[in-house]
Design a protein around this ligand. Structure first.
Ligand code: GH3
Ligand code: MG
Ligand code: MG
Ligand code: MG
Length: 320
């Protein structure tokens, strides 16, 4: 629901997004060793954009990685090979997405073709016509800003799809997606893999007595304790309302059970403070290790059965 409304919001604002992109000031790197040529190009572009002129190719390659929106490279330079500068920028992960406009002579055709091979985005001929230059630069910037905003949006949406906003943990989808490839890569019998499910005991009572908001605070605190007390390689997620799943790679059931009981006892032994009140919160844990021939659903089911036993036998217990 949150995701849908966010997408709707983005679509409604796409008009103003394009306007913003059109007005956005770019950071342009001009790689040119001829001072007069450099001035002729940087001056008109500076009316709207920030232009950095660099005549040293190594410096230019470094600057291209630092938040540049477009690069203009002169192919006809005396002190450096423009094609190699372009190649370095395009082969480097950090500058690969920065668009490059190449300036060359009309009789430079074979070098232009090589430049396009390298992955440059556009060319312009000498003598450079300023209106054409501005238009070509604007097109490169527009595309760059648009793809930047798409990527940003995508990352935001992705985060919303897999993150639980209350606890900051991954959600059920995150957990399933993350452990599926790990599970598929398992050589059962050789690499152990365990999962555990933590469920807060009598959580309904917490809500009933203290209210839903306080219940939420308890959930946050329990989530934090789970994360801080598991290893970095363990995958911790809020799987359901008051239910947390943890995957433990390369861990046998016996080891997982020890870990589960340690964390269970830690939670039970330290009161949770909500609104100045000390609250004893306990959890029950079900643990299961992947066995030969099992699929994920089977392991989940056995962990859930173990959890049920823990609840049946009085709660505040870890069982495998
Ligand atoms: P048990 O020991 O058997 O697990 O008892 P329980 O009360 O914890 O179990 P039950 O499944 O009956 O109730 C779970 C409760 O968790 C019910 C629901 O209101 C509460 N809950 C689920 N999600 C949230 C949430 O996001 N915030 C709050 N405050 N409560 C939640
Ligand atoms: Mg539950
Ligand atoms: Mg329950
Ligand atoms: Mg519960």
């Amino acid at each position: 629901d949150q995701l849908l409304s966010h997408t709707g919001h983005t679509l409604a604002n796409s008009r103003s997004l394009l306007d913003t992109i059109e007005k956005q000031r770019g950071r342009i790197l001009l790689v040119e060793d001829h001072e007069l040529h450099a001035r002729k190009i940087s001056k008109p572009l500076s009316e709207r954009h920030q232009v950095i002129v660099e005549k040293d190719p190594l410096n230019a390659i470094r600057i291209a990685k630092s938040g540049i929106d477009a690069v203009i490279v002169s192919l006809v330079s005396e002190s450096f090979d423009g094609l190699r500068v372009c190649a370095s920028m395009k082969f480097n992960e950090e500058s690969r997405d920065v668009p490059i406009l190449v300036i060359g002579d009309p009789d430079d055709e074979t070098r232009f073709i090589r430049a396009y091979d390298i992955g440059i985005n556009d060319t312009i001929m000498r003598p450079v016509e300023i209106q054409e230059l501005k238009a070509r630069v604007q097109t490169l910037l527009r595309r760059k800003f648009y793809s930047d905003s798409l990527r940003e949006n995508f990352n935001e949406n992705l985060e919303m799809v897999v993150a639980d906003p209350l606890t900051g943990l991954g959600n059920r989808r995150y957990f399933d997606r993350t452990i599926e490839p790990l599970f598929d890569a398992l050589e059962t019998g050789l690499t152990p893999f365990s999962i555990m499910v933590f469920d807060i005991d009598h959580f309904k009572r917490v809500n009933d007595i203290l209210g839903h908001d306080m219940g939420d605070q308890v959930l946050k605190e329990i989530a934090a304790r789970l994360v801080t007390n598991m290893r970095a390689v363990d995958i911790v997620a809020r799987y359901g309302g008051e239910e947390f799943m943890i995957a433990m790679p390369e861990t046998r059931a016996s080891e997982a059970l020890v870990a589960a009981d340690r964390v269970r006892s830690l939670i039970a032994g330290t009161p949770v403070f909500v609104d100045g009140e000390a609250l004893q919160v306990t959890t029950s844990v079900g643990v299961a290790e992947v066995e030969a021939g099992e699929n994920l659903r089977d392991v989940f089911k056995r962990a859930d059965d173990a959890l049920y036993k823990a609840k049946q036998s009085g709660r505040n217990k870890a069982i495998s």
